[in-house]
Design a protein around this ligand. Structure first.
Ligand code: HEC
Length: 118
């Protein structure tokens, strides 16, 4: 990717690949970008959402309406919004978790949605 970028800077024409894509697929789990193989819905929600959705962050912005570290106190309505956002296709601005930051299988999504239905 460094080489591609240097060629681009030198005027070789448009970039032919997404130069942000530098991580090995096999390392995504260890880096926390993808879940491990034996996580249930609750563990997945904590791992996939808590970085951006927890009670220690700025409470004045809408992101804080979904506090995954307070799942047991969360309203039905907020859980339903989360289910909707988890079920969106990967190419919308509203998709959660943001696809640039997380890689999930449809099975991972289904486990989280089942947990949020409780
Ligand atoms: C990298 C940061 C990041 C991660 C990870 C993330 N979110 Fe978000 N989320 C945001 C931001 C920023 C917003 C506010 C902007 C918006 O609504 O798109 C948001 C908004 C939301 C909202 C809307 C809250 C409301 O009522 O307006 C829901 C629901 C949500 N996220 C669910 C999730 C779920 C479920 C996960 C994990 C599976 C997740 N998010 C992971 C950054 C993140």
């Amino acid at each position: 990717m460094t080489q591609l970028y240097q060629q681009y800077r030198a005027g070789a024409g448009p970039l032919t690949e997404d130069i942000r894509d530098v991580f090995l697929d096999a390392a995504m789990t260890e880096m926390g970008f993808a879940p491990g193989p034996v996580m249930d819905g609750r563990a997945l929600l904590a791992q996939q959402c808590a970085q951006c959705h927890n009670a220690r962050l700025d409470p004045t912005i809408s992101r804080d309406l979904f506090l995954v570290d307070q799942l047991d106190q969360m309203s039905r309505a907020e859980k339903d919004i989360a289910i909707e956002r988890l079920a969106l296709p990967l190419d919308t601005r509203l998709t959660m978790p943001p696809p640039l930051f997380r890689t999930l299988t449809p099975e991972d999504r289904a486990l989280m949605i089942d947990e949020l239905r409780k």
